[in-house]
Design a binder for this molecule. Structure first.
Ligand code: FAD
Ligand code: SIN
Length: 524
């Protein structure tokens, strides 16, 4: 199959869907998604979406909280853009139909999470992401200009490279003409040509053993752009959420939202002793990197497999009312959170870096945009402030849409692009190779490139990864493609970028903490 569309969108989470809805008035849109539409990290989001709604909150306070959490590595211009446009974008989401909880007086019931100096997190009980995803999907399904290809796996971006022109990391005028996708019905690789392509492929949590991310989060967009010689940055800043439910055989790990701590839940050791006072004056609501490191350290000191979150002092009916999903989930594994402490561990949750984009979501490759978790706008710096991710997607998908709408008349299709060449490939009948390499990768990353790192650990990870890389490239070159082998290859690319960028950062900063570059004290 060969297809021509004005706007190609890879990914059906908040970033892809909001962009698609905005550009659809101006041309033909195709959304490609490798699973079912709703299989996204967006659907998993619990805590909510941060935005300035009422006094005493102000744009300035949200801006400062974001910069402090980001350990002064945020791009201040981008932070200002995001926060000052937050209220507008939220109103638009509400107009599309998203419902956020209100108090009896009719005002939005704003929550507080780690690092926020004010109550500013809009939420829909503890399933905010699902509410947003369903709202956007309803709108997308109604739109006559939007076509959706479910279960189509984007393999590689199409650039001059596919016309036989050399493209390397010094090439300054790389152009994107669309993408090659694996068609689940024919097992063939189709060509989709587009005037503009938006990558909205989400995160890469599956590069680690324990993650809150859904199975789709395999860093495909970042790896595709890296292979196409686009610019990737800040990959060393992996956010570990401090509190995922400790339930060793469950993947993904079930998140216990930070909003529960905002509501008064307290971190304790298994024997009931509080410990956060040893690490930060903001206690259980310190920024995530600090809390995750504190938990990691406590687990090492006590030798326990987890720490606990205690909410038994909170009102039972209020817990059940505000956190029904968490209450039901914990009950299903024998924990009554109104009575029992919840066992929790840190889990890989969010990747702050990714495809480098400017203030309109433009990547370093012409006509290629990125938005959402796969992108690096400069908003998060070295550590993302809780609930700023959904907001970032809204703001930059809007800005990218404005930019392509202004440019649509000046861009045309490249009709010379050849179809995918599958010559010499055979069906790989040894899936064990792929499965085992995936486990090895996750083990390497979790053991040596986790919450606490060192030069020695990074070097060891780098050397081990090189073996996996060579074996997988060899297998990939000879195999008829399947999503699993593509995902493994992409995650190895992502692992390489995380390790390489961590090795290059000769300091401890935000989420990158190295024993070789200790900080004199925790930051404020
Ligand atoms: P996603 O929503 O993950 O969508 C990615 C899409 O890309 C999917 O449709 C996927 O199928 C598709 N895709 C990927 N690769 C390919 C490929 N090769 N070919 C075709 N399609 C592909 N953030 C907040 O701000 N507030 C919260 O409360 C919050 N809670 C969270 C709770 C959990 C458990 C998790 C995991 C994350 C949470 N986050 C939260 C983070 C936030 O949900 C994500 O960062 C955000 O939803 C990412 O949106 P996205 O559109 O970029 O990607
Ligand atoms: C949470 O609800 O704790 C997650 C919020 C986020 O990742 O921003």
């Amino acid at each position: 199959m060969r297809k021509y569309v004005d706007f190609l969108v890879i990914g059906s989470g908040i970033a892809g869907l909001t962009y698609a809805l905005k550009v659809a008035k101006h041309g033909k849109v195709c959304i490609v998604t490798k699973s079912k539409m709703e299989d996204t990290a967006t659907s998993y989001a619990q805590g909510g979406i941060a935005a300035v709604m009422y006094t005493p909150d102000s744009f300035e306070k949200h801006i400062q909280d974001t910069i402090i959490a980001g350990d002064s590595l945020c791009d201040e211009n981008i932070v200002r853009i995001t926060i000052t446009e937050s209220t507008e974008r939220i109103k638009e989401l509400i107009k599309w139909g998203a419902k956020f909880d209100k108090t009896k007086s009719g005002r939005y019931d704003l929550a507080k999470e780690g690092g926020h100096s004010e109550y500013r997190v809009l939420h829909h009980k503890d399933s905010t992401g699902l509410e947003i995803e369903n709202t956007l999907l309803d709108q997308v399904h109604k739109h006559p200009n939007i076509e959706v290809l479910e279960d189509f796996f984007a393999i590689d971006l199409i650039t001059q490279h596919h016309l036989g022109i050399e493209v390397n990391r010094r090439t300054i005028n790389i152009e994107c003409y669309g993408v090659y996708v694996l068609n689940p019905r024919t097992y063939l690789v189709d060509t989709i040509l587009s005037k503009f392509t938006l990558i909205a492929t989400g995160g890469a949590g599956n590069v680690y053993n324990v993650t809150t991310n859904p199975p789709i989060a395999t860093g495909d967009g970042v790896a595709m752009v890296y292979r196409a010689k686009g610019v990737i940055e800040n990959m060393e800043f992996i956010q570990f959420h401090p509190t995922a439910l400790y339930n060793p055989n469950e993947r993904p790990a079930f998140l216990i939202t930070e909003a529960l701590r905002g509501f008064g839940a307290i971190l304790k050791n298994i024997d009931g002793r509080e410990f956060m006072q040893k690490y930060d004056a903001r206690l259980s609501l310190a920024p995530r990197d600090i809390v995750a490191r504190a938990i990691d350290n406590e687990m090492k000191l006590t030798g326990d497999d987890y720490v606990c979150l205690d909410c038994h002092h909170l009102k039972k009916n209020e817990i059940i009312h505000h956190f029904p999903t968490i209450y039901a989930k914990c009950l299903s594994v024998g924990i009554d959170i109104t009575r029992d402490m919840i066992p929790v561990v840190p889990a890989a949750h969010y990747i702050c870096g990714g495809i480098k984009v400017d203030e309109f979501g433009r990547s370093s490759i012409a006509n290629l945009y990125a938005s959402g978790e796969c992108s690096s706008t400069g908003l998060h710096g070295a550590n993302r402030l809780a609930s700023n991710s959904l907001l970032e997607s809204l703001v930059f998908s809007h800005r990218a849409a404005q930019d392509v709408i202004n440019r649509i008349k000046s861009v045309d299709f490249n009709f010379k692009i050849p179809d995918w060449n599958a010559e010499g490939m055979v069906l790989n009948e040894e899936m064990i190779l792929v499965t085992q390499s995936m486990k090895e990768l996750q083990s390497i990353m979790s053991s040596y490139v986790g919450i606490v790192r060192s030069n020695l650990r990074l070097k060891r990870a780098f050397d081990r990864l090189e073996i996996l890389y060579n074996e997988t490239e060899d297998l990939y070159d000879k195999s008829i493609l399947t999503p699993r082998i593509c995902e493994l290859r992409n995650l190895i690319n992502v692992g390489y970028l995380i390790i390489k960028m961590a090795m290059n950062r000769k300091e401890s900063r935000g989420l990158h903490f190295s024993l070789d570059y200790p900080r004199s004290s925790e930051r404020k």
